[in-house]
Design a protein around this ligand. Structure first.
Ligand code: HEC
Length: 111
């Protein structure tokens, strides 16, 4: 029993990474790629940079980002140039908890 549990822990670390990552890959990556190839929206690196400089604290980053994605609007957007270039992001209808998971993943995301 102990051995099984250990294997489960090890394999989930290796393969699943995080719940936030799964959610991001399922819901956001179609528009926000992690590299420069897709240009229908800013890459996630661009978003992360701007949000991190505005909200260096993880909890503020999560709070602001999940609120914005819950209800995208020009007034509260940090990325005016992107809004002009790509048009405002559509409202997607995810709940706050899901968006908080995704935002936490995006805060921690490394290259
Ligand atoms: C249909 C395409 C599309 C999908 C799907 C999408 N986005 Fe976006 N997103 C955009 C576009 C276009 C912009 C740039 C314009 C803007 O800021 O509104 C953007 C901008 C953003 C911004 C920056 C907002 C600002 O201006 O401050 C955040 C944060 C963001 N997206 C998060 C997400 C997350 C999280 C998901 C998944 C739950 C997601 N997006 C899914 C198209 C999309």
């Amino acid at each position: 029993m102990k051995i099984k549990l250990l294997i489960l822990i090890i394999s989930s670390n290796l393969y699943a990474s995080s719940y936030g990552e799964l959610l991001f890959n399922g819901n956001c990556v179609t528009c926000h790629s992690t590299n420069e190839l897709n240009k229908s929206a800013p890459t996630i690196k661009e978003i992360q940079n701007i949000y991190k400089s505005a909200f260096p604290e993880k909890k503020d980053f999560i709070f602001y980002m999940s609120n914005w994605v819950l209800n995208p609007n020009k007034e509260m957007g940090l990325m005016d140039d992107s809004i002009k270039k790509y048009k405002l992001m559509p409202m997607l209808g995810y709940d706050r908890e899901t968006l908080e998971e995704i935002s936490a993943y995006l805060y921690d995301l490394k290259e």
